[in-house]
Write a new protein. Structure first.
Lengths: 433, 360
């Protein structure tokens, strides 16, 4: 196959830069694989490694510093047959550390070439995450204080199934890159080279010295057998295909006559575990069955299993404009956590309002008519309280009736859940009022 | 639903309250129709996945809230510079900073417009209710495709985490627009055809080579240092969005005869404003007009001028300490513009708006 290098844009690295060599090595690897330019995308990072895409007649994507792996993953998932090669420096590796770890864990079929020259060449030779502690760089003493990391070791620990380290000067590097590119999964090649403009000025680094330094490190030569597993994008497509089908948006048919003529605001004030939001949802569904408009707004702690649980339901035959509560018609006070959260709500209640109050819960004075209920004495458990209170509300017929609630239950629950809900209704019906 | 209808087939986001619901819903629906949903390792990655997939030809969307939007910033500039279509849903929550994760506010109204380098325009659409969420999301995909730029859906926790009934038969379903593909002749990735401002698209991965770059580039997608080429490039990016604002100025205007005050609002506060204006008229016989803006950026200046003509007072109401009112004051500089807003995490109620109208 022919070279994929762009004859109009020859590499223009500094004299003696190992990147120049790496460009030609990559080209040879692509030739060995017999790839056409349209079958390859080079996704390049920022820094000198970010110039790589411009030297090739392939698809090219040059983006932000450290984020090349993210673009590459998006491209691969959208174009599964494309060979996606990422070029990145040690700088990009450091700033994009989270993406590097995620790529290793995820195992999308990408090839990452880290053009590792131990410093930020383009910005003035500052230290990177791979700069040796003893090196003299333009970041004064800062690199002395930090431990460089072995990216091959990190990649292997994070789950990359193909990890290799090589000097940019090694003769068989094209063959290694060929293996990396043809590997079906995430392949990382750590390519060591020298930056003559910055790093090598104070830290002479010959090809031999690079070779010797690599020799001292644990060898990474390709497949990491313990990490070998299925490639992500093909696995993804297979998993997604299993539950493939049409998405149906089920509407709800009106089967009851509207029960109210004006907007109603119902608020449940409870605590986590009382199934307040479920009860609110049932109330909403029941109202929808009568062709009414409904909104439901919830308030709970981010620690969802503790603290107040509040749900506000608005039921209206007219379009609901304001989704907040201005004047509640019904307050269902189930626990002091919720009551305390909405203390001022009671003041807003007008005459004719109704309060269903759990015995023992303190509430502020209001104009509402209070129905105090001892749920505990009726054998109603904490998780059944909101539903039991909803049953009592439905007995009242405003804004939903008992028939509407029964239908909403049937549409919401099946099997054992439905039986349990009906049992709660039974217990609620037996409450002496 | 709007995203699915609008053609979205790739979604990536990082979990954040109050936008996580979108991740769950997209995961339930998109893979089932052959689409892809990713949970990114962070927000930067999430938008990065989307930009890659968009350049490979897919319609893409991501969703976040204020703290995540900060992390999107650099990639938003990239989407502007690289002309990469993307829909960004911002379910705004109360800020600054981590703020209150489960409290609503219109925190990011200026941030969405100005929160990235370069200062070039983006499109921001603000739904007022669940029906708008559908329609404006379809518009957002259409606009992103048509103008090849980021389009925001400026939602609010109070919309994103509130369930509401919706009569799908009454919801406006705009026709779908796809990006214009290059058809014949030599392809230059950033060359707009004569008389047009938006370059035709080809996907990365097709038979014709495509270049994408975040660096300042000429029509060929290679870095340029030619000042006139740079200037004409950024001017085109500005013009392609701003010159076409008339074609996507979405709004509702409730005009009442004899009104001397115009309430201007957007987003979730529109509901309270509608209720307030209706009550003032029906119970107190005070006519007040109401403008609900659904396109926030670019600022629909013609709509503002036309709606405010002859009004003695403009009352801008928003769930923050006064962000979009700056634009209204700039545009309606010869009229009295008052502001009412709060960022306490609570909705602005109809009675508060009535009080402001009567107190003015």
């Amino acid at each position: 196959m022919d070279s994929l290098l762009n004859p109009d844009r020859p590499p223009l690295f500094c004299p003696g830069c190992s990147h120049d060599r790496s460009v030609h090595v990559l080209d040879r690897a692509l030739q060995k694989l017999g790839l056409r330019g349209s079958e390859v995308v080079i996704v390049s990072d920022i820094g000198c490694s970010g110039l790589f895409d411009t030297f090739f007649n392939t698809h090219a994507f040059h983006g932000l510093h450290g984020r090349a792996l993210t673009y590459a993953a998006g491209i691969k998932l959208a174009q599964p047959d494309l060979k996606v090669i990422v070029t990145m420096g040690d700088g990009g590796l450091g700033i994009g550390g989270a993406h590097f770890l995620a790529a290793c864990r995820r195992n999308i079929d990408l090839t990452l070439l880290v053009l590792n020259n131990f410093n930020f060449g383009m910005t003035g030779g500052q230290f990177s995450c791979t700069t040796p502690e003893h090196a003299s760089v333009s970041s004064s003493f800062l690199n002395v204080l930090e431990k460089p990391f072995d990216l091959c070791h990190v990649a292997a620990c994070a789950g990359a199934p193909f990890v290799a380290r090589s000097s940019a000067y090694r003769k068989d590097l094209p063959e290694l890159l060929k293996q990396a590119i043809s590997y079906k999964g995430f392949a990382v090649v750590d390519i060591w080279g020298g930056c003559p403009a910055r790093y090598m000025k104070k830290n002479p680094l010959s090809p031999k010295e690079i070779e010797a330094a690599i020799e001292k490190l644990p060898p990474y030569q390709g497949v990491v057998s313990t990490n070998v597993r299925r490639e992500y994008s093909s696995h993804y497509r297979e998993a997604a295909a299993r539950d493939r089908g049409e998405v149906h948006w089920q509407g709800t048919e009106r089967i009851f006559e509207p029960t109210v003529r004006e907007r109603r605001e119902v608020v449940f004030l409870g605590s986590a575990g009382q199934r307040v939001i479920t009860a609110g949802g049932l109330l909403g569904r029941a109202a929808i069955l009568a062709g009414m408009n409904v909104s439901q707004k919830n308030d709970f702690h981010i620690t969802v299993m503790r603290g107040p649980s509040v749900t506000e339901i608005i039921v209206s035959p007219q379009v609901i404009t304001y989704t907040g509560v201005e004047q509640p018609q019904v307050i269902i006070a189930l626990a002091h956590e919720g009551v305390r959260r909405c203390w001022e709500l009671f003041e807003k209640m007008k005459k004719g309002g109704q309060i269903i109050l759990t015995a023992g819960v303190e509430i502020p004075p209001s104009h509402g008519e209070i129905l105090e209920v001892d749920f505990k004495a009726a054998g109603i458990k904490k998780k059944e309280m909101a539903l039991a209170a909803l049953y009592l509300l439905a007995q009242h017929g405003d804004p939903i009736t008992a028939e509407m609630l029964e239908e909403a239950l049937k549409q919401t629950f099946q099997g054992k859940m439905l039986e349990e809900a009906r049992l709660v209704m039974k217990k609620a019906a037996a409450i002496p009022i | 639903m709007g995203a699915l209808y609008g053609g979205c087939r790739f979604f990536a986001s990082y979990p954040i309250t109050p936008a996580s619901t979108l991740l769950s819903v997209m995961l339930e629906t998109l893979p089932a129709v052959g689409g892809t949903v990713l949970q990114g390792e962070d927000e930067i990655a999430s938008i990065g996945y989307c930009l890659g997939a968009s350049m490979a030809g897919m319609k893409v969307m991501t969703a976040t809230s204020g703290p995540g939007l900060s992390l999107y910033s650099e990639n938003i500039s990239f989407a502007i510079a690289g002309e990469i279509p993307i829909v960004i849903v911002n379910i705004m929550r109360q800020g600054p900073s981590t703020g209150s994760a489960t409290r609503g506010a219109d925190s990011d109204v200026q941030f969405m417009r100005w929160g990235c380098s370069g200062g070039l325009p983006v499109i921001v659409l603000a739904p007022a209710d669940v029906s708008d969420c559908f329609t404006l999301t379809v518009h957002a995909f259409n606009l992103a495709e048509k103008f090849r730029c980021p389009v925001f859906i400026a939602s609010n926790k109070e919309i994103g985490m509130t369930s509401q009934t919706l009569d799908m038969e009454r919801v406006e379903k705009p026709p779908i627009v796809d990006r214009t593909f290059h058809e014949s002749g030599p392809f230059l990735p950033f060359q707009a055809n004569r008389g047009e401002d938006v370059p035709a698209f080809l996907p990365i991965g097709g038979p014709i080579l495509v270049r994408q770059t975040s660096s300042t580039h000429g029509p060929d997608g290679y870095i340029t240092t030619d000042p006139s080429e740079i200037q004409s490039g950024v001017e085109r990016l500005q013009k392609k969005v701003e010159a076409n604002i008339a074609s996507f100025s979405y709004f509702d205007l409730e005009e009442r005869e004899g009104a001397r005050t115009l309430i201007v609002t957007y987003g979730i506060t529109a509901g309270a404003a509608r209720a307030a204006a209706a009550e003032l008229f029906e119970r107190q016989n005070i006519p007040v007009s109401l403008l609900v803006l659904k396109t926030l950026w670019p600022v629909p200046e013609q709509v503002l001028h036309a709606s405010a003509a002859g009004m003695e007072r403009i009352l801008v109401v928003e769930m923050n300490l006064g962000q979009y009112v700056q634009e209204i004051r700039r545009v309606l500089c010869n009229q009295r513009v008052d502001f009412y807003g709060k960022m306490s995490g609570q909705l602005i109620s109809p009675s508060e708006i009535i009080e402001e109208v009567l107190g003015g």
